[in-house]
Ligand binder design. Structure first.
Ligand SMILES: Cc1cc2nc3c(=O)[nH]c(=O)nc-3n(C[C@H](O)[C@H](O)[C@H](O)COP(=O)(O)OP(=O)(O)OC[C@H]3O[C@@H](n4cnc5c(N)ncnc54)[C@H](O)[C@@H]3O)c2cc1C
Length: 379
């Protein structure tokens, strides 16, 4: 009899996992892929929407297009998870699983930063990127603050990509001289994976005249007087506030017994949780060593989980341990994209190979998106 694999969340992790299981063991497993939404979009698409280069309709990939042997997509919202029984309750009913995989990503806690919902902007949601696009159209000059409001957050380069692209936007509109740009972040340095990678981002901020305030956390904003409060007790004035929101695990996880200190702990070698035949991967999981929240790591983890399930079902050899590795592309504006090949778990410390921003890497990034679209959605 076929075993039932239930995947909660059809993002980077869930899509790659369902695809690989379909490719490798569709004769041994039935896969149910659940998501509360009816379409997927890449995180980096939001930057395009923020700049008005693409509309939400351009970037949405409908789950209805998924056609894979042994995979059924269901649009349902998970409301409860019993990991010991491997039973999941949704707004449409209940599902039992032989293998349960939690791939629900990270949600945002907008209210964690007082004043932010009322008077701030963000580009971490599609709706937020659209609102920021409209606000930018009305913005003629003043002080722009781009602030990381908490850790961990998705995609370590994304706050800096946003700053570079806003710099490009203001320059193209001929108003850059009328804009003072500042970025604040709680880390010691931008994208702190390794010294050389961090330096590439720090140098690029300086070259564009964007002031950096490291180890500064904005704890709230006062939209009435347009002031951001810092944890240090100081405050910074702004005319346009753009925040990278505080992240948290999606709603039902806290009550499920799976999450500890907010996120789901796993054995980083194979992404297993402490519950038998229950896995967690991608942005929702955590482990003894830091692997950033990014699609590339979710995707490489999905390959390990798929092969671990396949090994259990078919008796094949267990996969090599997960290495937390991938190729990360980051926008620097003016059509330039950097590339960093990174590995977080193989050695004692993260290892990264940095490649300077170029048009050639912009083409590679476009190819990265196109191959995933084709692989997951047949487009
Ligand atoms: C601006 C920006 C730029 C980025 N750029 C990059 C980049 O260039 N490269 C890169 O690798 N990463 C990038 N990322 C990060 C990347 O988008 C995420 O890290 C990645 O999507 C994580 O994959 P995941 O599968 O863990 O979660 P997700 O892709 O977020 O998928 C989780 C899924 O679970 C679903 N879900 C959640 N709760 C429920 C529920 N209760 N019921 C049903 N379904 C639920 C969600 O709807 C979602 O579809 C970027 C992110 C942002 C915001």
């Amino acid at each position: 009899m076929k075993r039932h694999v239930l995947i909660l969340g059809a993002g980077f992790a869930g899509l790659e996992l369902a695809t690989r299981l379909s490719e490798t063991v569709s004769d041994s497993v039935d896969v149910t892929l659940l998501d509360r939404n009816d379409a997927f979009y890449f995180g980096f698409s939001k930057l395009e929407v923020m700049l008005g280069r693409q509309s939400p309709d351009d970037v949405l990939l409908p789950y209805a297009d998924i056609a894979k042997d042994g995979v059924t997509f269901r649009r349902e919202t998970v409301v409860g998870i019993d990991p010991a029984a491997r039973r999941v309750t949704t707004d449409a009913g209940a599902h039992d699983a032989d293998f349960l995989v939690v791939a629900m990503g990270a949600d945002y806690d907008m209210a964690a930063t007082p004043g932010f919902e009322e008077g701030g902007h963000e580009y971490y949601t599609l709706a937020g990127a659209e609102r920021l696009r409209d606000a930018l159209a009305d913005f003629d000059g003043g002080r722009v603050l781009v602030s990381v409001l908490g850790q961990p957050f998705k995609c370590p380069p994304a706050p800096f990509e946003g700053s570079f692209l806003l710099h490009e936007h203001f320059t193209r509109r001929g108003i850059r001289d009328a804009v003072r740009m500042t970025t604040t972040f709680p880390m010691q340095r931008p994208v702190p994976v390794t010294g050389p990678v961090s330096e590439m981002f720090a140098d690029a901020l300086a070259a564009r005249g964007i002031e950096s305030l490291p180890q500064q956390l904005v704890t709230g904003i006062d939209p009435a007087v347009r002031e951001a409060r810092l944890a240090s007790g100081e405050s910074l004035p702004y005319d346009l506030f753009v925040g990278i929101p505080v992240h948290r695990a999606p709603e039902p996880l806290a009550a499920s017994g799976l999450a500890v200190n907010g996120w789901v702990p796993v054995d980083q070698a194979n992404l297993r949780t402490r519950f038998p035949q229950v896995y967690a991967l991608g942005d929702v999981c955590t482990g003894p060593r830091t692997v950033p929240k990014a699609g590339i790591f979710a995707e490489s983890a999905a390959r390990v989980v798929a092969d671990d399930i396949a090994a259990a079902v078919t008796g094949a050899a267990a996969p090599e341990p997960y290495e937390g590795s991938g190729v990360c592309y980051a926008e620097f504006g003016d059509g330039l994209v950097s590339k960093v090949q990174v590995n977080f778990l193989r050695g004692d410390a993260p290892a990264a190979e940095r490649h300077e921003p170029s048009a050639a890497y912009a083409a590679e990034k476009a190819e990265f998106g196109a191959t995933r679209r084709a692989r997951w959605f047949g487009r």
